[in-house]
Design a protein around this ligand. Structure first.
Ligand SMILES: [Zn+2]
Length: 463
């Protein structure tokens, strides 16, 4: 298709300008008709968050997402870009994406008046129609809305003449989507400016009243406690968001695991084979779910899905390191690798109190509980009685995170009941056998059926 290059060609082509809300609505309707997902890749929101977003868009309402950290709020705002048209025409050279038929900036109005239908057009791709800002207390009206250029005022342009304005981020997102994260961190004065531009279409800049009838779809996000605390958000701004949508963490372990798998930073396998270890993934997800209920951890700031993702990455890396050092091809994370999660958890959670041994101790207990819970779901009551009996007969097993996998296989060669347990966990090669063995032994230990001695980074399980 030949794209129009001038206002005249655009008019001849029959182009009808639309508001952003109309555009989002039309494209959503087209997707719903085709039965396509509104946000591909967003897991666990199918029955809660997504239907509310769809309603908001169909209603032409701005959205505020309320949720703790790591609940895909920013990601969903970015995915809204896909609901914009692939390209829209704008006046060439305009700083604020002016509609070719109804420019609002002074420069474009003058250009169109002068050149008429010959005024040039540029096609703006959808990803250039999205602006995003993390709210901080030091954001100014100049950053967000604009600044009057005192030099141009001094040159004799009369007050309120838009040619004297240096536009901020919101006008630069004209005819697009503007996302503002952590809205309550915006100073009250700036919230008033944002409200004015959303509602009144005019704004005070340095005492000058400037008319700016821009068209933006606003998506904000906030921590729920900050947002509802008295005085953090000016009431008329709250009213301006047609839909307030509460996000949440994955409610099901499977969803947490699906996100872990999807968001893992990918690298080529480089000759190694990562072995499926469903129970280890489950431990990582279980740990995060337990942390989200732990009274020692601040639930106000939350425990992000990123904790699960980074923990899983570190667990795999620790196992990979072992495979490299021991010259093994298969990579299977073990219970003794779980120490690797401290670095990827610590910075992402906030402790309520720092008594009683602090963060490491709290984490250590949660890891044990996660292992035990997954173990109890993996094996039924008497299923491992014969294993316990073998240990009572004087048998012992030694494990360590840097012990070769074949050494595990050798140690359990004689103990038939252990073979069945390991097999149930899907282990076939030495690396996954070693991992499965550690999980079974640690589970029995945490169930108080085996003792565990620690000596210089090695562990010995015995009766
Ligand atoms: Zn313009």
């Amino acid at each position: 298709m030949n794209q129009a290059r001038t206002v005249g060609e655009l008019r001849q082509g029959g182009y009808q300008p639309k508001s952003v809300k109309q555009e989002l609505r039309d494209n959503l309707i087209a997707r719903l008709r085709k039965g396509e997902a509104i946000f591909p890749g967003i897991v666990g929101y199918e029955e809660s968050v997504l239907p509310q977003i769809e309603n908001a868009i169909l209603s032409g309402q701005d959205i505020v997402f309320l949720g703790e950290r790591g609940q895909a709020k920013t990601r969903m705002a970015r995915l809204l870009i896909e609901l914009l048209d692939a390209e829209v025409p704008g006046l060439a050279g305009c700083e604020i994406n002016d509609n070719p038929f109804a420019p609002i900036c002074q420069a474009c109005r003058e250009r169109v008046a002068e050149r008429g239908d010959k005024a040039e057009i540029t096609w703006i791709p959808r990803d250039r129609r999205y602006g995003e800002k993390l709210a901080t207390p030091d954001i100014t009206i100049a950053d967000l809305i604009g600044e009057v250029d005192p030099i141009k005022v001094a040159e004799g342009r009369y007050l309120g003449d838009e040619l004297t304005i240096h536009y901020g981020l919101v006008p630069r997102t004209n005819r697009g989507i503007f996302a503002i994260n952590e809205l309550p961190d915006l100073a009250e004065r700036i919230q008033v400016g944002l409200l004015n531009i959303m509602e009144e279409r005019d704004v005070q800049i340095r005492g000058y009243k400037v008319r700016l009838p821009i068209d933006v779809y606003v998506v904000a996000s906030a921590n729920p406690e900050d947002y509802t605390n008295r005085g953090r958000i000016i009431t008329p701004l709250k009213d301006r968001f047609g839909s307030q949508i509460r996000t949440h963490y994955p409610r099901r372990l499977e969803d947490e695991i699906a996100i872990m798998e999807a968001e893992l930073t990918p690298f080529p396998a480089a000759g190694f084979q990562f072995v499926e270890a469903a129970y280890m993934q489950e431990i990582v997800a279980e740990l995060t779910h337990l942390a989200r209920k732990a009274p020692e951890i601040s639930q106000r700031s939350g425990v992000s899905v990123r904790v699960s993702i980074c923990n899983w990455e570190n667990l795999l890396s620790n196992a990979l390191k072992r495979a490299i050092r021991l010259d093994e091809r298969e990579v299977a994370p073990r219970v003794s690798d779980l120490g690797a999660i401290v670095a990827s958890t610590s910075g992402k959670i906030e402790m309520e109190t720092l008594g009683d041994g602090g963060e490491d101790k709290v984490l250590g207990k949660l890891v044990q509980k996660a292992v035990l819970n997954v173990f109890n779901r993996s094996f039924t009551g008497g299923e491992l009685d014969q294993v316990v009996a073998a240990f009572q007969g004087g048998f012992g097993v030694e494990v360590a995170d840097m012990m070769p996998s074949k050494e595990y296989v050798r140690q359990i060669a004689e103990i038939r009941p252990l073979h069945a347990a390991v097999k149930k966990l899907g282990a076939s090669d030495p690396a996954s056998t070693a991992a499965a063995l550690e999980f079974v032994l640690e589970g029995l230990h945490l169930s108080r059926k085996l003792n565990k001695d620690t000596k210089a980074g090695r562990y010995r399980y015995r009766s």
